[in-house]
Each structure stands twice: as structure tokens, then as C-alpha cells.
Design a protein around this ligand. Structure first.
Ligand SMILES: *Cc1c(COP(=O)(O)O)cnc(C)c1O
Length: 316
């Protein structure tokens, strides 16, 4: 088996950056560069998929891994690439009425050997319902089913490793660790693995039920900032695009508008304009997801000429 594929995974670096806001105010914080783990299996998706993949490699009942995602999903992109590396068949249930093979995420997933199955909006809504899951299990008995975004119990083991890496590298001297919140699996995994640590989460999905649940569970260990900048998940605008490009120019750290750009935007605003956070030491997690830039360009949400330097930097 190829399970020693994961052994080459060295701890990702923590870098200190300085960012200068338009008002001249400078902010500095540290970034855990999980985007550097692997070009295609990046960031938190690597962390979350690792123990899922190992479980499947060690379990003769399953031949492959199936999961769910939108048409530009980082999770789908990562799963397809991981399956390709480990020789595990992968199946992607995609929220779309038909598979658009010009979509860069789906095209690449297919090239990586993933079988793509379109699910209608109505079907996709049932993705967490036991009846629907049971039906898929019967239809695809050889596939281990991972939920959308990859957040399950096996994923939390990978996040424990991330937490361990951070504490080894930094001996716990950050006031806050910040990361983006999608399904919430990443921040919950870290909150549970680091019970003494406080967190800042930037929500990129307006899922009030999830955010209420997180607040009720973690109280004042967690500050949640909601996205008031764009019109919802996956959306960007000139202001956010401008910020991402500027952030890259100043720090040489590429970010994208769906997750890490929103995270950095809210964070520099907080550190640069809120006096209570003036001397706060923050570590942000770069959760990767840079493949999404190609999707944003495909959807005409980002201009290719403006983003070319980042595309060149990423070299994929
Ligand atoms: C999926 C993803 C997230 C969200 O992670 P959750 O565990 O779902 O909260 C954050 N950043 C990037 C780059 C992602 O791809």
C-alpha cells in the first residue's frame, strides 16, 4: 500500500508577516502555511482526508472514497488528487444539473480519475439525511462515504496533528489562533485539541445554526466574525479581490477570495482598527484552497490579468 505517502509530510512553516493598511497602519501576525503541504491536496483538506484515506487503505470492506461538494469545491479537488496519489478510486457527488467539463475544478478531478456524479439541488439537500445516505451506500457498496467538506471523526485526528505541530513550533504563545469557518470542522477540531487556546473564526457561510452551536459550545474561547463584505458564500467583489492581490503583493502569501482572503481581510481590519487588539499575538491558519482561484476566473468573478502573478506563483 501507499500509506507511507503521508510520512513525507514535514511540519509546514510558520511565517511572520507585516501588512500595511491603506491608512498607513501596520499589522503583524503569523501564518501557518498549510497551503504548502501539497499543491493539489492542500491545507485543511489534507488534514481532514489523511485519516479517512488511511482507514480505507486498512479496511478491506472498501475499495474507494466517495464524497460531496459544489462544482468548485476544494474538498473535491483534494480528494481526487489524493485518490490519484494513493491509487484509491474516488467518486464525487457534485451539486449541479450536469457535469461541466470546462469547469477547471471538475476537469482536473476527472483527469485525476475521479468519477463525477451530478446531484440535483433537491438531491443534494438530502446529503446528510440517513435515508439518502443509506440509498447511496447500497448503490455504491465499495465506497466509504465522507461528508461534504470532509468533516467527520477521522478528520478530527488530522486536526489533532495540526494542533500538535503548532504547539511544538510555538510553545503556546499566541493570544488567538484564527481560521476560516465553512462547515466548522477545522475550527472545532482545533478547539477540541487545544483546550487552553482562544480562537477567532471568520465565517464564510451565513449558517446561523452552525454559528450559534459553536458559540454555545465554546463561549468566550471563540470570537466569530461574520462576512459582511460580500453577498455570501463563494462571492467576491472588487474590494475583496483588491485586498487579496494587495495582500499577496505585500506578503508574498497567496490568498483566494472564498476562504483565506476573507479571513485575512477581517483579521487585518480587526488588528488594525480595534484598539483592544493592538498588541494581540495572532496565528492564522492558511487552509489552502488556492485551486479555487481558477474557478473564480472561470465564473468571471476574478480577472485573469490581475491574478496572473498569483497563478504563476502557484504554478498549476
Ligand atoms: C474547506 C475550506 C475551509 C473550511 O473548513 P471547514 O472545516 O469546513 O470549516 C477553509 N479554508 C479553505 C481553504 C477550505 O478549502
Amino acid at each position: 500500500m501507499n500509506s507511507n505517502f503521508f510520512d513525507k509530510n514535514e511540519p509546514t512553516p510558520i511565517e511572520s508577516i507585516v501588512y500595511c493598511l491603506e491608512n498607513g497602519q501596520q499589522v503583524d501576525f503569523a501564518i501557518k502555511r498549510d497551503d504548502l503541504i501539497d499543491k493539489h491536496i492542500s491545507g485543511n483538506k489534507w488534514r481532514k482526508l489523511k485519516f479517512n484515506a488511511l482507514a480505507v487503505l486498512n479496511d478491506n470492506n472498501y475499495q474507494g472514497i466517495a464524497s460531496f461538494g459544489g462544482a468548485f469545491s476544494n474538498h473535491i479537488a483534494a480528494l481526487a488528487a489524493l485518490g490519484n496519489q494513493l491509487n484509491i478510486p474516488t467518486l464525487g457527488f457534485i451539486r449541479c444539473h450536469e457535469i461541466d467539463i470546462n469547469n477547471p475544478t471538475l476537469k482536473r478531478a476527472q483527469q485525476m480519475g475521479m468519477e463525477l456524479v451530478p446531484l440535483s439541488r433537491e438531491q443534494y439537500k438530502q446529503r446528510n439525511q440517513s435515508e439518502f445516505i443509506e440509498q447511496l451506500r447500497q448503490q455504491y457498496p465499495d465506497y466509504f462515504l465522507v461528508p461534504e467538506g470532509g468533516s467527520n471523526d477521522l478528520a478530527s485526528q488530522g486536526l489533532k496533528e495540526l494542533a500538535y505541530e503548532i504547539s511544538e513550533q510555538s510553545s503556546g504563545d499566541y493570544d488567538y489562533i484564527a481560521c476560516a469557518i465553512g462547515s466548522g470542522g477545522t475550527i472545532q477540531g482545533l478547539l477540541d485539541a487545544m483546550p487552553e487556546q482562544k480562537f477567532i473564526g471568520v465565517a464564510v457561510v451565513n449558517d446561523t445554526e452552525l454559528l450559534t452551536r459553536l458559540t454555545n459550545k465554546y463561549h468566550d474561547r471563540l470570537i466569530i466574525i461574520t462576512d459582511n463584505l460580500t453577498k455570501g458564500y463563494g462571492k467576491t467583489n472588487d474590494q475583496l479581490n483588491h485586498f487579496c492581490l494587495n495582500f499577496y503583493r505585500q506578503t508574498n502569501v497567496p490568498v483566494e477570495p472564498v476562504y483565506t482572503g476573507k479571513l485575512m481581510y477581517q483579521l487585518v481590519k480587526l488588528l488594525g482598527t480595534n484598539n483592544a487588539f493592538k498588541t494581540t499575538k495572532v496565528l492564522t491558519i492558511h487552509t489552502g484552497g488556492l485551486q479555487g482561484i481558477k474557478g473564480q476566473i472561470f465564473r468571471c468573478q476574478c480577472r485573469p490579468d490581475q491574478w496572473q502573478p498569483i497563478i504563476d506563483h502557484l504554478d498549476f
